[in-house]
Design a protein around this ligand. Sequence first.
Ligand SMILES: *Cc1c(COP(=O)(O)O)cnc(C)c1O
Length: 410
Amino acid sequence: MLKPDISNASSRSPMGVEEARSKVLAECDFNLTNGPVNTYPAVLRALSRTVIFDYDPSFKAFYAAVNEKARRAMRLSNQPVLLHGESVLGLEAAAAALIAPDDKVLNLVSGFFSKAFEHYAKRYCAGITEIAVPPDETIDPDAVAKALKADPSLRVVALVHHETPCGTINPINEIGRIVREHGAYLIVDATSSFGGMDVHPEAAQTDIFVTTHHKCLGGAPGLAMVGVSDRAWKKIKANPSAPRGSYISLLDWEEAWRPDLRFPFTPIVSLINSLDAALDLYFDEGPEAVWKRHAVAGRAFQQGVKAMGLELWPAKESALAPMTTTIKLPSGISDTELRAAMHRRYRVHTAAGTGPTAGKILRVGHMAQSAQPLHSVAGVTAVAGGLGMLGHKVDVAAGVAAAVAVIDAA
Ligand SMILES: *Cc1c(COP(=O)(O)O)cnc(C)c1O
């Protein structure tokens, strides 16, 4: 058999031969991380379209159409705001716009991303109160109700729907109802859950709902999709410290979709193509089918690893995220070594813990392309193989059988 000759690869870049080889292989790897995930081929084709002048009337019309598609996907009654940076830009923009200088913020901390919101919030607010749960637990809605009752000056509540590095899902609908009853405003980070399960910003009574398309929707990184409730727009417009003349200004971008208005700054044209393609795939497959695919992939993988005697990180079954599995590391196994072993032999990429789960778990994503039945089987196989390479033998056949049983029953 002919082997591809990549011996010259190092001559066209500073990369060594090993790195070059690894880049070649990477295109065929199983990316079972939490994003960026492998972009769908249709998205890649869309990204290769010519970058057209942003004030070409045809681009303005296209932008409006994509904004409307995003509105329908997010099931909003008003137009979402597209911000031209990652999801974290959306989160910072939400904090900057919504939080007034005399507002106090209730931050619901269930892991790394919720704790990180403090960085944005503290720049704009009068003080932060925190409800923190252990990183294998989820936020208790009753605790939220109690905190809001105890301190009426808490005006803004921040929640992460899917705490990705923990593999947990917080009870967004219950918390949304409580926050609204109290007259406060809810900012939700749904970066990694939207598109992979049924989450509805308005049914959950969120005021600012931040997500993106490079996780469960299989798009490319670099866009934030931000849903803002009518009452939140009112508060933002009355907030003297809400930024204007800024790339992170929700107010500047609010009506960027209108064909008759100028863009406040240059939009990232290629990513509008990416979002358009990703949303078309979402609608063509059907949102419910997409959610089901994520649910089956997650459950198949989770049952597979459990059948091999491994333990999941979340304390209770009801908190398990369909699109992320977090596994407790068996004693004596390091996440770095395990991930390297899985990658070296099986070409399966996984993620590590972050923040409070760092060093304690193996994290496996089931998102977009990787939310496919056989990706879960490949994942189970690689976990068993990787552990075996490190001297921790598990029953790979039992794992695969359990995963296949879930797929067959779906
Ligand atoms: C991935 C992730 C982010 C960061 O999003 P980027 O667009 O990658 O910056 C924020 N919050 C959560 C819950 C995430 O999973």
